[in-house]
Write a protein that binds this ligand. Structure first.
Ligand code: SF4
Ligand code: SF4
Length: 445
């Protein structure tokens, strides 16, 4: 293991907030190391401190053993270099809930340290001032749409201004094409089932998802309606708080969870549907997030028990088989928070295989992280690129025309890889393909 200096001579302050740490889950680790080969950061760096077992050791040593390892910048580096991809959970024979533990560890870190002023500014802006406020997100994304639509982006790129903007310029290059903002206002609070209504379902439209992938949200609602669902999309819902939980901003995540629990409880729906894997995993774990909240603990349990990924729901019901044929070669990339976070593996493949004419090509290491991991590609750009390169090599080998993946962060990350490598491939959500099959349109035309 790479040595982290213990500093006995230095006065160590008591760590606050450790009461949220799930010691019973941490204690389940037997240090067997079976998770190590599945960890992308360990595979890249070969350091125990960048492995699940090493990270668990760091958490325990700092939170329990009288703080012999201070939670300083080194500690932050190893804990935040984790993708929170949860591949280690799937591999672990002892059932260690690594995702929950690393998320709690980050929240404790944020309570006990002060980040540099620039970090504090960006974190406050993104996690507190933007993501929880739909009206502000609407405004920002409308500006971005104008920036792209009016040719300003083209001009900025032509004049080489992005290169002068350093990190901000690099982030701009990750920006996808923003759809016409008016589209999202076509999503109604109530969309009736086509034919007989068999289910009353709630739909979580997401924060960034609804701004960038409005078409996929509309496709999801059409598919649900096609399958006998009355779809309720309450406009009072907010961001689910997944990015907050992953980045240690637990107080805001809890506020967002309370709002969403109340909003959907008022609608009395049978199930609640999400089409973004990262958000789905967090929504299913509201129960754990709220376990110390005397008012919301039980309500969160009910909420989480109703959550379904769209592919999971379609596999549970008798899905209407699509009639439209799609004669395209498609490969499927598994979002970490679907395959590892929710153990959903066959359901998206079942959706794709239900489409007549579609050729499904298995992707090697489909269950490996693409390096997108929420905002990891912004906070850890070098590691993110190395992990993406591995994914793109396998994608290139498939010779597919379409890459299907069920999470907005993965779509964006793989789109960057496709663009950089000049591959003739389109990245889509599996539900976009099913919707095309119902509507009898070719997804590439
Ligand atoms: S969540 Fe992913 S990156 Fe983090 S320790 Fe586990 S396998 Fe490694
Ligand atoms: S997390 Fe699980 S697989 Fe990894 S060392 Fe601990 S017990 Fe073994």
């Amino acid at each position: 293991m790479q040595q982290i200096q213990t500093q006995p001579e230095q006065e160590t302050l008591p760590i606050v907030g450790t009461e949220i740490f799930s010691w019973s889950k941490w204690d389940a680790c037997t240090h067997c190391g079976l998770c190590l080969p599945t960890c992308p950061t360990y595979r890249e760096l070969g350091l125990e401190t960048d492995s699940p077992r090493g990270r668990l050791y760091l958490m325990g040593a700092s939170f329990r053993d009288n703080n012999p390892i201070p939670i300083n910048e080194d500690w932050e580096k190893f804990i935040y270099r984790c993708l929170d991809c949860r591949a280690c959970e799937t591999a672990c024979p002892s059932g260690v809930h690594f995702g929950e533990l690393v998320e709690e560890a980050r929240a404790i870190y944020e309570l006990n340290t002060e980040r540099p002023a620039e970090h504090r500014f960006w974190r406050r802006l993104v996690f507190k001032e933007l993501l929880p406020h739909t009206d502000r997100l609407d405004f920002i994304f409308e500006l971005m749409w104008l920036y792209q639509r009016l040719g300003i982006r083209w001009l900025v790129q032509k004049l080489g201004i992005l290169k002068l903007m350093g990190r901000l310029g690099e982030m701009e290059s990750l920006l996808p094409a923003i759809p016409d903002p008016s589209l999202k206002y076509t999503i109604r609070e109530f969309t009736p089932a086509k034919g007989e209504a068999k289910y009353r379902v709630g739909f979580i439209s997401g924060c960034v998802m609804n701004q960038v992938f409005t078409e996929t949200n509309l496709a999801t609602i059409r598919v649900l309606s096609e399958n006998g669902c009355d779809v309720i999309t309450p406009h009072q819902q907010t961001c689910c708080g997944a990015l907050h939980v992953h980045n240690g901003v637990r107080d805001t995540a809890i506020e967002l969870a309370r709002n969403n629990i109340d909003v959907f409880a008022a609608e009395d729906v049978d199930v609640i549907i999400i089409n973004a894997a990262g958000c789905g995993a967090t929504l299913k774990e509201y129960e754990a997030l709220m376990e110390h909240d005397p008012v919301y603990a039980e309500k969160a349990k009910t909420f989480s028990s109703k959550m379904r990924d769209i592919s999971e729901f379609l596999a549970e019901i008798e899905m209407k088989p699509p009639e439209g044929e799609i004669h395209r070669r498609v490969t499927y990339d598994e979002p970490c928070h679907l395959v590892h976070g929710q153990q959903i593996q066959f359901q998206p493949r079942k959706v794709l295989q239900s489409i007549p004419g579609l050729e499904l090509i298995e992707l090697q290491e489909s269950e490996w992280c693409c390096g997108g991991a929420g905002i990891y590609n912004i906070t850890q750009p070098e590691m993110s690129r190395e992990i993406l390169a591995r994914k793109m090599k396998h994608i290139g080998d498939t010779d597919a025309e379409i890459i299907a993946t069920g999470n907005p962060g993965c779509v964006l990350q793989i789109q960057v890889g496709v663009k950089e490598q000049g591959l003739p491939m389109k990245v889509m959500h599996p539900i976009d393909l099913l919707d095309c099959a119902y509507r009898k349109v070719d997804p590439l035309e």
